[in-house]
Structures are given as structure tokens and as C-alpha cells.
Design a protein around this ligand. Structure first.
Ligand code: ADP
Ligand code: MG
Length: 282
């Protein structure tokens, strides 16, 4: 599919994040609705071409747990990436409008995220680097998929040079400047699952407001947060606890977590994700 800017009709703005804006568009020649992400980064044309080249790996990332990629193109000083449009939206918007995510759905989210991360790592040696509720998307068929992972080393560098890259979902070792590993993504999975289960960001436990620096210090120096006992199943609390092991060398990988009893049970469970997705307020 040869994507050109002039073949895309804008339909709706979907949101903006660190360095990107996303809109819903219609590809006129194929009548395909897509999500188009425009990334504006000030880099020279050669770097832009390198990023464009590196993004082509996305064509090989095919999994039911990964948002599909249609193509990327360069216009002026922007890079545009076109991907599968997920009509129910991202989990941050979903829980903020609908409250904490129900337990059965949380199991299916856990499974989708771990399967997606495991696929990226085992099949392509890709580490996600930005696991958070806004990068987990849902559609009205009840599918749950992850997006916005770091495929292009040059794009990661260029964004890092342009923006101060701190995130509330960063693991203790990342805050302390260690290199990224797939286990750092697992920490972010733990924070994300807690946030979806509680209906609020889990730091600090008392819900007070922290500055960015205080939050980072808290993550490094304080014990990891835990889900309240009694309100959540023990196997789910145990899984989140394993994701939030502070020592990266002891923390499990996605592959190891796929064998966790909670994840196995979630894979077997009969849950009507489609029915849930269809009654989400947007
Ligand atoms: P962030 O992930 O930090 O919120 P992004 O620029 O990646 O910032 O995305 C902005 C918003 O656009 C997201 O919060 C999400 O709700 C929406 N979005 C991104 N990609 C898609 C997609 N493929 N389908 C539907 N909505 C999307
Ligand atoms: Mg995103």
C-alpha cells in the first residue's frame, strides 16, 4: 500500500501526546479508516530518511495483540505513521470516563499486553519503552492491542533530544539511568494494571500530589505500591507484585509472566470483552 498524504481525508482529532498528534483519517482509494500519527521532530533530511527506513520493520510486526501498521511517509519536517484505527480508544480515556476496569476485563488486558510484549521481544528483539494506559487500545470487536513501541532507534534518539523524556511509568532502574531492558517494560505493566484496577494513578499511596522530581524520588526510594488486600483476587495481587519487584534482575520477563497462574487463568476465562467494549462511554 503506497500511502500518500493527499489520499488521506481528515475525519477527527483523536488526541496529542509527547511530540505527536493523532487523527482519524479516511484513505480514499481503499476506503480504509486509519489513525494517523504526525511526529514533528527537528532533524535533518538524512535522519528523517533513516527513521522512515527503520519504521519499515513495523510491516513485519503482525500479531493480534499489536495495532497494525499501514505505512509511513515524510512531509516537510514531519513523519506521519498510519495505523489501524481502534474505535473504542485508549484505556486511559476509558477508565477516566467509566471508572475502574472490571476484573474479568483486567485479566484479558493483562494477557494482551504480556502476549504483545512477548511477541515484540521474542520475534523482533523490540523493547516497547512506553507501556502506559494510553498506549493500550480497544476496538468494538473486543480486541485489545498495544501501540507506540520503540521500533526505530533513530526516532527514539531524536525524540529524546527534543523532549525531556520522563514518564510516570518509568522503572526505578530507568530513573537511575540504567539501560533499557524488557523487564523495565514489565514494571510499567505493573503500574498500568494497578492504575486500571484502582481507577487512579497508584503513586503515592495516599493520593497526594507530587512534583515530577518528588515522584521519581518516591519510585526509587520507597517500597513499590501494592493493591489493597481483600478487594482484589490474590493471584492478581501476586502478578502485580511480581511486575513491581524493584530489583530489575529479580523481576520476571513477559515470557516468564505468561506462565503465572493469574495469566493462565485469564487466558482460559470466558469474558465477553466485546459486550464490555460496546457499552463504554466515549
Ligand atoms: P499518548 O499515548 O501519550 O496519549 P499519542 O500521541 O500517542 O499520545 O496519542 C494521543 C491519543 O490518540 C491517545 O491517547 C489515544 O487515545 C489516541 N490514539 C492513538 N493511536 C490511536 C489509534 N490507533 N486508534 C485510536 N486512537 C488512537
Ligand atoms: Mg501513544
Amino acid at each position: 500500500l503506497d500511502l500518500k498524504s493527499e489520499d488521506l481525508i481528515p475525519l477527527k482529532e483523536l488526541g496529542a501526546g509527547n511530540g505527536g498528534t493523532v487523527s482519524q483519517v479516511m484513505h480514499v482509494t481503499t476506503k480504509t479508516v486509519m489513525a494517523k500519527k504526525i511526529i514533528h521532530i527537528d532533524v535533518n533530511p538524512n535522519v528523517r530518511k533513516q527513521i522512515h527506513r527503520e519504521l519499515q520493520i513495523l510491516h513485519d510486526c503482525n500479531s493480534r495483540y499489536i495495532v497494525s501498521f499501514y505505512g509511513a511517509f515524510i512531509t516537510d519536517s514531519d513523519i506521519s505513521m498510519c495505523m489501524e484505527f481502534m474505535d473504542v480508544g485508549s484505556l486511559d480515556g476509558i477508565y477516566k470516563k467509566n471508572g475502574p476496569v472490571p476484573l474479568g476485563i483486567l485479566g484479558k488486558i493483562t494477557l494482551a499486553v504480556l502476549e504483545g510484549l512477548n511477541y515484540l521481544y521474542e520475534s523482533h528483539r523490540i523493547i516497547h519503552r512506553d507501556v502506559k494506559p494510553s498506549n493500550i487500545l480497544v476496538n468494538s470487536k473486543g480486541q485489545i492491542k498495544i501501540c507506540d513501541f520503540g521500533v526505530s532507534g533513530q526516532l527514539i534518539n531524536s525524540i529524546a533530544d527534543t523532549f525531556v523524556g520522563t514518564s510516570n511509568y518509568m522503572s526505578p532502574e530507568r530513573i537511575q539511568g540504567a539501560s533499557y531492558s524488557v523487564r523495565s517494560d514489565v514494571w510499567s505493566v505493573g503500574i498500568t494494571l494497578m492504575e486500571l484496577a484502582l481507577g487512579r494513578f497508584p503513586f503515592p499511596p495516599d493520593g497526594s500530589q507530587l512534583t515530577v522530581l518528588e515522584l521519581l524520588q518516591h519510585i526509587v526510594n520507597e517500597p513499590a505500591p501494592t493493591l489493597p488486600a481483600g478487594e482484589f483476587p490474590e493471584d492478581f495481587r501476586d502478578l502485580v507484585g511480581k511486575c513491581l519487584i524493584k530489583d530489575v534482575n529479580t523481576r520476571p520477563s513477559p515470557n516468564e509472566l505468561l506462565k503465572h497462574p493469574y495469566v493462565k487463568a485469564s487466558a482460559e476465562a470466558q469474558v465477553d470483552v466485546e459486550a464490555w467494549a460496546k457499552c463504554i462511554k466515549r
